[in-house]
Design a protein around this ligand. Structure first.
Ligand code: BG6
Ligand code: MG
Length: 221
């Protein structure tokens, strides 16, 4: 861990629990389309881009939609999801997450976001974290979804940080795979941790403070 200088956080399911609102949005769309859906199936959607989720939903339902239909359905889900996000406020940012982020920053780490979501900046704004991170790489600046490493590589590039100096924090199995494809180690929470995927399994977000000691000796580098 001595070589870690930047921490790249996934957003949904790591910084905040928007994974629940995502689930509700997809469940509502699946109900509308008559496709069986569940929380277990929703785990396959973690880390995956909106349109790639739509492809999986189509496959699960054994349906064949046109590209126009897929865009219409994914937009319907996103509108539903955004309604739910509108109810979010800084109260939805857990004290544990905020104090851990603040302490990591005080210890000298750069903190960035690496999320597939095109709603990233809106969510950060709802949580009162607008302008907090040193860089943001999200669904608006990538063409390939996790498990492709693009989103994490871009996050490191935005900081001009060598990839091996970055640690990824993820809740998605696809996200851990993306970190490894980027040549980065991954600390797992949530679904990824439950599946024992990742280089470090965090029982709780604040376990990061045990993994990442102070970097104050480096401040004069
Ligand atoms: C990821 C979520 O962070 O963002 C996925 O884990 C989601 O479930 C993806 O599909 C895309 O999100 P959005 O907000 O662009 O629809
Ligand atoms: Mg996630």
């Amino acid at each position: 861990m001595e070589n870690i200088k930047a921490v790249i956080f996934d957003l949904d399911g790591v910084i905040c629990s928007t994974d629940e609102q995502h689930y509700q949005g997809w469940q509502a769309l699946a109900d509308r389309l008559g496709i069986p859906f569940s929380r277990e199936v929703n785990n396959r959607f973690r880390g995956v881009s909106r349109m790639a989720c739509m492809d999986i939903l189509e496959e699960i339902g054994g349906k064949h939609y046109t590209d126009e239909e897929k865009v219409e359905y994914a937009t319907w889900k996103n509108d539903y999801y955004r309604e739910l996000l509108g109810e979010m406020s800084p109260k939805d940012l857990s004290e544990e997450v905020k104090s851990t982020l603040d302490e990591l920053r005080a210890r000298g780490y750069l903190l960035t976001i690496g999320s597939s979501s095109k709603n990233t900046r809106y969510i950060l704004q709802r949580l009162g974290l607008e302008g907090y991170f040193d860089a943001i790489s999200d669904g608006t600046n990538i063409v390939k979804s996790k498990p492709d490493p693009e989103v994490f590589l871009k996050s490191a590039d935005f900081l001009s940080m060598p990839y091996e100096n970055c640690l990824v924090v993820e809740d998605a199995i696809s996200g851990v795979e993306a970190a490894h494809a980027a040549g980065m180690k991954a600390a797992a929470v949530g679904d990824a941790a439950e599946n024992n995927v990742g280089d470090y399994i965090l029982e709780s977000f604040s376990d990061l403070l045990r993994l990442l000691p102070g970097r104050n000796n480096d401040l004069n580098e």
